[in-house]
Structures are given as C-alpha cells and as structure tokens.
Design a protein around this ligand. Structure first.
Ligand SMILES: C[S@@+](CC[C@H](N)C(=O)[O-])C[C@H]1O[C@@H](n2cnc3c(N)ncnc32)[C@H](O)[C@@H]1O
Length: 305
C-alpha cells in the first residue's frame, strides 16, 4: 500500500497503480499510470536533466508525495512516494510469492517429484504427522502450501484423507494433473476458506516461510480455527534469523519474494500465542549451513483456562 492506493510491486523500489479517476482523466487522459517510488527528489532531478518537467509536487494529508510528470510523448505518468514508516510497507508479498511459484512451478515439480525419497528426515515428519492424525481417529487433513502435491500424495498413501491448498494456480494445475485422485484447491493460508473445527490435521511444509512476521499470528489463528479440538499441526521451515530475496527469471521476467528464516523457539512462541500446545521440535541438518526444523503442535482437546 502507498497511502490508500494498492500498488503492484514491479521491482525492488517500484510499484504501479493504474488509476481512472475522473479528476485525473481531465488532466492527463483516460488513465494514469502511477509508479510508487523511493527517492522521488532524486528521480525528478534525473528527469529534469533529460529535459522532462513535472507539475508541482503535492503532499497529501497521509504524507504521500505525488507528482504528475509531463511526459514529452503525451503519455500519462505520475510518481508517488510514501513517507517512511512501518505502516506503509508495500503489501505485495502474496502477489510476489504467487508470481514466483507460478514462474517456477514446472521446474519445482521436476526437482521435487522424488524429494521425499531423498530427504528421509522430512519424509519421517510426514509419516509421524499421518500417525498422529490416525491416533485421533483420522479425518480431513489440509496440506497448506502443497506445491505440486507430492506431500499430499504421500499423506494419502499413508492413509490420510489429505487435500492440498496452494496460492499458485500453476502449482495447483500440476498437482491436479500429477495426482488425479486427490483434491487440490487454489487458496491462501492468510484467508483459509474452511469451516471452523473441520480438520483433523494441518501440515504446512516450507510455506509459512513466505509469510512476513506481522502476518504469521493471523495465519496460525486460522490453522487453530479450522482444526477440531485435539487436531494436529505440523510446520516445516528454514532455520535462521534472516529474510532473503528469492529471485526467479531474468530481466523483465524476473520475479522475487522474501523467504523468512526463523528460530524454532520463535515459531513455538507464536504457536503458543495462537492457542496451540507444542509437542515436538525436530531440528534437521544442524551441522549444515541451511538447517531446517519441523514443529508438531496440537489444538488442545479442551480449551486451556
Ligand atoms: C517451498 S514451496 C513448498 C511446497 C511443498 N509444500 C513442499 O514441501 O515441497 C512453498 C509453497 O508454498 C506456497 N505458498 C506460499 N505462500 C502461500 C500462502 N499464503 N498460501 C498458500 N500457499 C502458499 C507456494 O505457492 C509454494 O507452492
């Protein structure tokens, strides 16, 4: 978000909004493209050096600085700069993540088709999750952020009534094609379209890593809401303290999203705050540069007082 306008992020420092407000149409034509920028003054100075002038810079009540650039070609362009502040961080991470996984879906599916035969500790986590679900009498299980569906398929082989949900339509298309017996739906863990108390288990395997810190508690509350009392949650993630940009493609085709690495204690605290009991913490590859972790948690069978 920049001010009150929703923008598409098109680069590390650039966002776009296409605006068809009448007031602007009078001034600049049918529609105006606004680029959200940082360093507005520097950009205006660079444009001026090329003989491109602009209307006076306006500062809105919310602190956004906005300017219409007088493009010599007659095109309509404006630039907007948000004031610095945590409330004005662009909310584009869901779109960014979807774009990344739509772009890499086919390659990711090829690379991960036999992943669980190679990563036996991760596979053991899936098996343990299936056992824990069976121990409470079974029931529907959601693989949230299922990607091309290999984990959903293993869960079904293990006897779980599993279905997959993923943000990326390209991933879901592949999952449906490769695992025609299973149900896969497009959806986001930030807005799970599932009834309260409807699931015996939720498994989120390296998908919460795309959710920024401020949105994690809301996602975990969704998981808690859709699990029935006694239901099981398993979360797999990269261990660390950094957020790294994950880029795919080149030039105009480049897409990128942040991957958040976290300490297990931090994720465990978030789980407890959301109402879960943490039952186990598996640390994988602690001697390697990229450790991973799986946390097993449960929605308590009876609410704690
Ligand atoms: C690293 S892949 C993991 C895929 C699969 N779970 C696995 O273990 O191989 C991350 C997946 O999470 C999905 N994802 C990211 N954010 C999501 C969200 N908000 N809701 C649902 N899926 C999401 C991505 O589209 C992608 O398919």
């Amino acid at each position: 978000m920049i001010g009150e306008e929703r923008l598409w992020q098109v680069g590390a420092n650039a966002w776009v909004v296409v605006d068809d407000q009448d007031v602007r149409a009078e001034r600049v034509g049918q529609a105006m493209v606004t680029l959200g920028v940082t360093d507005l003054d520097e950009i205006l100075a660079r444009l001026a050096a090329h003989g491109i002038s602009h209307e006076p810079v306006e500062t809105y009540s919310n602190g956004v600085r906005h300017v219409v650039v007088l493009d010599p070609d007659g095109n309509s362009l404006s630039l907007a700069e948000a004031p610095a502040g945590p409330d004005l961080v662009p909310m584009t991470w869901l779109t960014d993540t979807r774009n990344v996984y739509d772009a890499v879906a086919s390659r990711y599916a090829d690379e991960t088709r036999d992943l669980l035969d190679r990563l036996l500790h991760v596979r053991a986590g899936v098996v343990l999750f299936a056992d824990l679900v069976r121990a409470i009498g079974g029931g529907p299980v959601a693989d949230v952020g299922c990607g091309p569906g290999h984990t959903t398929a293993l869960l079904r082989e293990l006897g779980a009534d599993a279905f997959g949900i993923d943000l990326s339509p390209a991933m879901i298309e592949i999952a449906r094609r490769e695992h025609p017996g299973a149900r896969f739906e497009i959806g986001s863990m930030t807005d799970l379209q599932l009834a309260d108390d409807s699931l015996a288990g939720v498994l989120a395997w390296w998908s919460l890593i795309y959710i920024p810190d401020e949105a994690v508690p809301g996602v975990l509350r969704h998981f808690h809401r859709v699990l029935r009392p006694g239901g099981v949650l398993a979360v797999g993630f990269h261990v660390g303290d950094v957020s790294k940009i994950d880029t795919s493609g080149d030039g105009d085709q480049a897409v990128q999203a942040y991957v958040h690495h976290r300490q297990p204690s931090r994720v465990a605290d978030w789980l407890r705050e959301a109402g879960f009991t943490v039952e186990a913490q598996h640390l994988l590859n602690p001697d390697e540069p990229k450790p991973r972790a799986i946390l097993f948690a449960r929605r308590p069978a009876t609410p704690s007082r």
